[in-house]
Design a binder for this molecule. Structure first.
Ligand code: T5A
Length: 227
C-alpha cells in the first residue's frame, strides 16, 4: 500500500441509486475545491482508467448479464483494482483529492445485498481491490427511485438509451426500492464514514449541505477558504 500524505489528500465517494444526482454533485464539488486551489480529480466507477472503462462498457451493455451477479462482482472488482492502482492511489499519493462517482459500496449494494452474491466473496474482492484505500467520507444520496427514474428518463429521452436503459436501469421498481434500502443499510453499518442526504431537493441546496458536512469533517477546508 502507498503512503498517503496526512491531512492533504482526501478520498470522497458518492453513492446511491440510479439518477439520484451523484454526477451533478461530484462536478459541483470539484468546482468548489478548485476555487480553493485544492488540487482534485473527478472519477467514476465502473471506469476511471482506460482498462476499467472497457470493463464498464462490457457490463453496462449487458454482455455479462448471463454470467450471473457473482461473476459481475468479480468484473467490477477487476475494474476497481486497476482504478485504485493506476489512478486513485497515485493521485492521493501526490496530494490530489479524489472524488469518485460510485465506488465499493455500489458492489456491496448492487451485487451483494440486492444481487444476492455471498458476502464473503464481496468482502474478499473488496479487500483485494481497495488495498487499504477506503474512502474518507461517502455521501449516500437517497430518494424515492420512482422520482429518480423520471429524472433519468427526461435526460435520456433523446439518447441512444431512451428505449432500453443500461444493464441496471432495466430492473423493475421493486428491485430499485430494495437497492435503496441496501444503501441505507450500508450507511447505517458504516455510520462514521457514510452520510445520508435527501437527494430530492434543489441541487443548490444539496450542494451546500454536502459542503457544510465537509467543512465540519475536514476543518482544513475552512482555513483554505480563509487563505
Ligand atoms: N454498478 C456500479 C454496479 O452494479 N456495481 C458496482 O460496483 C458499480 C461501481 C453505473 C451502473 O453500474 C452499476 C450501478 C449503475 O447501474 P452509471 O451510468 O454510472 O452506471 O449510473 P448512475 O451512477 O446511476 O448514473 P446516473 O447518471 O444515471 O445518475 P446520477 O449520477 O446519480 O444522476 P445525475 O447527476 O446524472 O442526474 C440525473 C438527472 O437528474 C438531474 C440531472 O440534471 C440529470 O438530468 N438532476 C436533478 N434534477 C432535480 N433535482 C436535483 N437535485 C438534481 N440533480 C440532478
Amino acid at each position: 500500500m502507498l503512503d498517503i500524505p496526512a491531512k492533504t489528500a482526501r478520498f470522497i465517494t458518492f453513492e446511491g441509486g440510479e439518477g439520484v444526482g451523484k454526477s451533478t454533485q461530484v462536478k459541483r464539488l470539484l468546482v468548489r475545491l478548485n476555487r480553493l486551489n485544492i488540487e482534485s480529480i473527478r472519477t467514476r466507477e465502473p471506469g476511471g482508467t482506460p482498462k476499467a472503462e472497457a470493463v464498464r462498457a462490457f457490463i453496462l451493455q449487458g454482455r455479462s448479464e448471463s454470467w450471473g451477479a457473482g461473476a459481475e462482482a468479480v468484473l467490477f472488482a477487476a475494474a476497481r483494482l486497476n482504478h485504485v492502482n493506476q489512478l486513485i492511489a497515485p493521485s492521493l499519493q501526490s496530494g490530489k483529492w479524489v472524488i469518485s462517482d460510485r465506488f465499493h459500496d455500489s458492489t456491496r449494494a448492487y451485487q451483494g445485498l440486492t444481487g444476492g452474491v455471498d458476502t464473503r466473496l464481496i468482502a474478499g474482492l473488496e479487500e483485494l481491490a481497495l488495498d487499504g484505500h477506503a474512502p474518507d467520507i461517502t455521501f449516500v444520496l437517497d430518494m424515492d427511485p420512482k422520482i429518480a427514474f423520471d429524472r433519468v428518463n427526461a435526460r435520456e429521452l433523446e439518447s441512444a438509451l431512451a428505449e432500453t436503459g443500461d444493464r441496471f436501469e432495466r430492473e423493475d421498481l421493486d428491485w430499485h426500492r430494495r437497492l435503496r434500502q441496501a444503501f441505507l443499510d450500508i450507511a447505517e453499518h458504516n455510520a462514521k464514514r457514510c452520510v445520508v442526504l435527501p437527494a430530492n431537493q434543489d441541487p443548490d441546496a444539496l450542494e451546500q449541505e454536502i459542503w457544510d458536512v465537509l467543512l465540519r469533517r475536514f476543518p482544513e477546508l475552512d482555513s483554505e477558504a480563509g487563505a
